[in-house]
Design a protein. Sequence first.
Length: 114
Amino acid sequence: QVQLVESGGGLVQPGGSLRLSCAASGIFIADTNMGWYRQTPGKERELVATITVGRSTNYADSVKGRFTISRDNAKNTVFLQMNSLKPEDTAVYYCNSDPPSYDWGQGTQVTVSS
């Protein structure tokens, strides 16, 4: 059974940074294109960043230049480094494959507010 466990969220002031982690079990992320997604109440879940098996990355225009996705295959973990955070980044953040193929985890709440 595949499990995706996100962590690292919290409350941060505008301009601050957070690093999210996604620990995977039941799959080998080394063999899987992975993505970070986010969702706010009343809106569709949106794809924020992706990383391929070959470590190519892609980002939504809204986060380009501020967020960095990476992976540690030995730890079977995907990361999202978020810098220069803005209030509009406030959301629950999830990881999944790209495209999403597995049950969603509980996500981790990121709140950007002064």
